[in-house]
Design a protein around this ligand. Structure first.
Ligand code: GLY
Length: 379
């Protein structure tokens, strides 16, 4: 950023949780920010579909094929959530129901036990605290669990936030700021001598989730200009919500790919993992299978009723980690590809992006998530 720009004008393409959080941080540091979103309601894509888990341990500590620094990134961001939710609440008087944890990771099969042993080993290696629970202790910790469970890990690092309340509160918080504007529609971007430009703005940040590579820039797409962005792959996921029962569950419980996350008035159950799928049409068989899996983990949920079902689309990447940083020589920036951790990684993404866009700084941790890591594979 030129030192002469004390209050730069920044365009953000995409107003999901990542675009909104970047806007929040940039405005806090004095920038003028305009968010462009083609959806009628901003934040109604992956950010709305999510379960709001802030789960560095379960999602990233022992995730096969993940970027080796993903756990560090997730852990650091989890630690920033208390400040972020507090600041949003102070400005808007809205509680986004942030809980720092714990969550329970439960084994139902011998294979799950092996998975949890691997997770415990990874956490021990990093000196991250957790408790090993016998099947009986797991039921004591969360009475919804099937008595036949095969033991659990209690993960104090893994909490949650209500992602829908969060998106709404963050939009309200941004709307209250004079230097932030929302535009419904596409931005008239152009490519001029290899640079991505938008008239009236000093910098452009792309944060359009799984659709980032398809954003139009003049008569081409962003993916044609920066081919590494084509590595962002849609990964659909079916989810459902039960009504809350008076007797629980009270904690987030996870087992394999299944999770049950208590929210105010509902219990979210997820999720399928459907790589390459861009349809949000609901397949009732997938919902029936999720319901049956939830019943097997927590038999009391047979008394609950499904009140909502949906299918969202995660922005996957080959190393399950986001691309955050400058887009080569285009002059533009990207913050996309957060896969399963978009809500968790919002605060740290915003911080990395503001450091990079406003101050030209990239920390050692941030450099591990540069989009350049995929450049060779797509050149
Ligand atoms: N973060 C959970 C999921 O993507 O299903």
């Amino acid at each position: 950023m030129s030192p002469s720009l004390s209050s730069p004008r920044i365009a953000i393409i995409g107003a999901g949780i990542i675009g909104l959080s970047c806007a929040w941080e940039l405005a806090k540091r004095g920038a003028h920010v305009t968010l462009f979103d083609s959806g009628f309601y901003p934040g109604r894509g992956a950010s709305w579909a999510a379960a709001g888990m802030l789960a560095p341990a379960y999602e990233a500590a022992a995730e096969p094929g993940a970027n080796p620094r993903l756990f560090d990134l997730c852990l650091k961001s989890a630690g920033q959530w208390t400040d972020m939710s507090g600041a949003i609440a102070a400005l808007t008087k809205r509680d986004v129901l942030h809980s720092i944890g714990p969550s329970l990771a439960v084994a139902q099969t011998a294979e799950d036990r092996i998975h949890l042993a691997g997770l415990a080993e990874a956490l021990n290696a990093r000196k991250i605290p957790f408790d090993v629970l016998s099947p009986g202790e797991a039921v004591q910790a969360e009475p919804c669990l099937h008595a036949g469970n095969k033991g659990a890990l209690r993960l104090p690092t893994d909490g949650q936030v209500d992602n829908r309340l969060l998106v709404e509160a963050l939009i309200r918080a941004l709307e209250r700021q004079d230097q932030v504007a929302f535009v419904t529609g596409t931005a008239p971007l152009a490519l001029v001598q290899g640079k991505i430009v938008l008239a009236g703005f000093d910098r452009v940040i792309f944060a359009a989730g799984w659709e980032t590579a398809s954003v139009r820039v003049g008569d081409t797409t962003l993916g044609d200009i920066a081919p590494m962005l084509r590595k962002i792959e849609p990964v659909a996921g079916h989810m459902l919500a039960f009504n809350r029962l008076p007797d629980g569950p009270e904690m987030t419980v996870r087992s394999g790919a299944l999770y049950i996350v208590p929210k105010a008035g509902r219990l979210i159950v997820g999720a399928t993992v459907e790589p390459g799928e861009t349809s949000t049409r609901i397949d009732s068989d997938a919902i029936n299978r999720l319901e049956a899996a939830a019943h097997a983990l927590c038999p009391m949920l047979k008394r609950a009723t499904i009140i909502e079902a949906w299918r969202g689309i995660r922005p996957g990447t080959p190393d399950h980690a986001p691309m955050i940083g400058a887009l080569g020589g285009t002059g533009a920036f990207v913050a996309a590809g957060h896969y399963r951790n978009g809500i968790l990684l919002a605060p740290i993404t915003a911080q990395i992006m503001a450091d990079s866009v406003l101050d030209g700084k990239t920390s050692d941790l941030a450099s591990a998530f540069s989009p350049a890591r995929f450049a060779a594979a797509t050149a």
